[in-house]
Every structure is written in structure tokens, then in C-alpha cells.
Design a protein around this ligand. Structure first.
Ligand SMILES: [Zn+2]
Length: 158
């Protein structure tokens, strides 16, 4: 799922969380629930892993990082939050799982390998259990779905 989607969900959950620890924890857990929605980036990840589409994957992530930074900057410029600290911790919690996966890709440890397995299991949970398919939805539909979800979330948080 787009980092911008995780950041938006983290901001929303952080804004309603009663304290910083809850904000971070709920943001972190929200990541796994949001990732369960089939979103089509499995093909991008496979292309990165097998070396066939490394540049495309890096460009995809770079665009996502820039969009996320712009979104988070707008959130803090435009919005008067109940607690900016809780919102920031919700965003950090929401983004942390993908950061850990990124670190795993660069230099892994046994713990990161286990975390990566858990993270990917969540990605496939609905695809395998509800859709009864082995594969993610096509990437073009996933991008469309994520664009719609992100637009709705941005309307809620901004
Ligand atoms: Zn993720």
C-alpha cells in the first residue's frame, strides 16, 4: 500500500488516540490491517526481488516517499490537531513496518526476516482467504484503488 495511505491512516488514528503510546501502537497495528486490502504492488515487489524491474520499483517508492513527505508537511501546516505529538507518532507507527521491510531488503537479521514474513503474510491474507486466489489484483487496479483510498483519506485529514 502507498506509504501516503499508511501515513494518512496513522494521522487519523493518532488524532483520536488518547495518549502517545496508544497513538504509536494503533498506527503500527493499522499498517497490517490496511495492507490486507489487496492493492496490486506484489508484482512490483517481485520485479524488484528478481531483478527484472528494479528501476521501476525504486522510482515507485521514491515517488511514494516524496508524496508522503508533501502530505505530512501539508498535514502539519494546514491542520490544527488535538495533539500534534499523537498525530506524528501515529504516522511514524503507520510507516514503521514498511521501513523495517526496507531495512530487511538492505541488510537483514533473523528478527527482520521473521518480521518480513509476518508482514507479507498480512499482504496475502485476504487474497488467499477471501478471494481464493494465489495472486494479488492487477497492479493497474491496485494503483486505482490506492488512489481512490488516498483521495478519501486526504479529504478526511486535510
Ligand atoms: Zn506494508
Amino acid at each position: 500500500m502507498f506509504l501516503a495511505v499508511h501515513a494518512s491512516v496513522g494521522a487519523i488514528t493518532g488524532n483520536v488516540a488518547p495518549d502517545p503510546i496508544s497513538a504509536f501502537t494503533i498506527g503500527f497495528l493499522s499498517h497490517f490491517l490496511v495492507d490486507m486490502i489487496p492493492h496490486g504492488d506484489e508484482y512490483m515487489y517481485e520485479g524488484y526481488k528478481n531483478g527484472a524491474r528494479v528501476r521501476r520499483a525504486i522510482l515507485y517508492v521514491a515517488c511514494d516517499v516524496v508524496a508522503t513527505l508533501v502530505l505530512v508537511a501539508l498535514l502539519f501546516i494546514e491542520q490544527d490537531f488535538f495533539s500534534t505529538r499523537n498525530v506524528a507518532l501515529g504516522i511514524i507507527g503507520g510507516l514503521l513496518p514498511d521501513l523495517l521491510v526496507g531495512i530487511h531488503e538492505l541488510r537483514t537479521t533473523r528478527l527482520l526476516r521473521e518480521f518480513h514474513r509476518f508482514h507479507m503474510r498480512n499482504h496475502h491474507f485476504l487474497i488467499k482467504h477471501l478471494r481464493k486466489f494465489e495472486r494479488d489484483i492487477p497492479m493497474r487496479y491496485g494503483l486505482l484503488l490506492q488512489g481512490v483510498v488516498l483521495t478519501l483519506l486526504v479529504r478526511v485529514v486535510l
